[in-house]
Design a protein around this ligand. Structure first.
Ligand code: IPM
Ligand code: MG
Length: 354
């Protein structure tokens, strides 16, 4: 099982080290064999090669079955032009791998209820939402430009989707919903955006093949509010790239911390890309403060989706839960009476429990 490891920038390296440590434990326990191959992306790649996504990285990723990625970006490269920014490397990698479906589960560990900023009565007995975010279209990839005009500048980004892009992600979302509570909410801005109106038409058409799934529509502004007001109404959320970026950060706070949430990106091909949804957090990089749970849970998703190792995936998830049960917390989820630990120790504790 060939895995490309991309630590990236900021806290990326620290959290990925913990994920790899945990995978080595899985190897010895389950008698499997992972072949790790490290690659450069983002700021680290710019510093080493001048290119946020060197050819070699694309080659390595395409020659593996799964890619585990930490995070990219940081103030050091913030003044670079768009094409030479770390984020460009990540976006190109997603595009190159064709991973159009980004699955972002927002699951609240009941032990962390009070770490969420929401009241306990809003969270009820837990929370389990799956955001299905379109990942390689929309404003991120549409035509964009900057033009000099009379003393100033004009800039534009284009949101661009075609029927086929929407169909393939919609099918994926309905399939996901079928394995869960059979409830799908399409989030858009169909009262204003033409692309959103196309999304509604296409998703409605696809829904005819999924009569067992309840389909609802919601405007994104309302959805941002409803997520905080009554998150339990959602099961699977389907949305375009940028809305998904924003709503998944929002949803993460329902679960206590951005540091907890994993993601899996898949396409029609066989390569999966796994990354925590948090960013590179330059303010705490190198300080052993980052929460490695998002990265570790992403690796559990890899075991499940890329390698069909359901038992090992469950094992890792249970290990995380038991360590939280025992009161160990990184700074982002720390509460009174709990034991604060750093990135490395949290990684050790979880790996030991697997
Ligand atoms: C994410 C991140 C990325 C995105 C950035 C780093 C380009 O915020 O994975 O959510 O916007 O997709
Ligand atoms: Mg984001």
């Amino acid at each position: 099982m060939k895995i490309t490891i991309i630590p990236g920038d900021g806290i990326g390296k620290e959290v990925i080290n913990q994920a790899v440590k945990m995978l080595k434990k899985v190897e010895s326990k389950y008698g499997c064999n992972f072949e790790f191959n490290e690659a450069l992306l983002g700021g680290a790649a710019i510093d080493a090669t001048g290119n946020p996504i060197p050819e070699e990285t694309i080659h390595k990723c395409k020659n593996s079955e799964a890619v585990i990625l930490g995070a990219v970006g940081g103030p050091k490269w913030d003044s670079h032009p768009g094409d030479l920014r770390p984020e460009k490397g990540l976006l190109s990698l997603r595009k190159e791998l064709g991973v159009f479906a980004n699955l972002r589960p927002a699951i609240l560990f009941p032990q962390l209820k009070s770490a969420s900023t929401l009241k306990e009565e809003v969270l009820g007995d837990g929370l389990d939402i799956m955001i299905v975010r379109e990942l390689i279209g929309g404003a991120y990839f549409g035509e964009k430009k900057r033009i000099d005009i009379d003393g100033g500048q004009r800039a534009y980004d284009t949101i661009d989707y075609c029927t086929r892009d929407i169909e393939r992600i919609a099918k994926k979302a309905f399939e996901v919903a079928r394995k869960r509570d059979k409830k799908l909410t399409l989030i858009d801005k169909a009262n204003v955006l033409e692309t959103s109106r196309l999304w509604r038409e296409v998703v409605t058409k696809i829904s005819e093949d999924y009569k067992d799934i309840e389909l609802n529509y919601m405007y994104v502004d309302n959805a941002a509010m409803q997520l905080i007001k009554n998150p339990k109404q959602f099961d699977v959320i389907l949305t375009e790239n940028m809305f998904g970026d924003i709503l998944s950060d929002e949803a993460s706070m329902l679960t206590g911390s951005l540091g907890m949430l994993p993601s899996a990106s898949v396409g029609e091909g066989s390569i999966g890309l796994y990354e925590p949804i948090h960013g590179s957090a330059p303010d705490i990089a190198g300080l052993d403060k980052a929460n490695p749970i998002g990265a570790i849970m992403s690796t559990a998703m890899m075991l499940r989706y890329s390698f069909n190792m359901e038992d090992a995936a469950k094992d890792v998830e249970a290990a995380v839960s038991r360590i939280i049960d025992k009161g160990y917390r990184t700074g982002d989820i720390m509460e009174q009476g709990m034991k604060i630990v750093g990135t490395e120790q949290m990684g050790d504790l979880i790996a030991e429990k697997v």
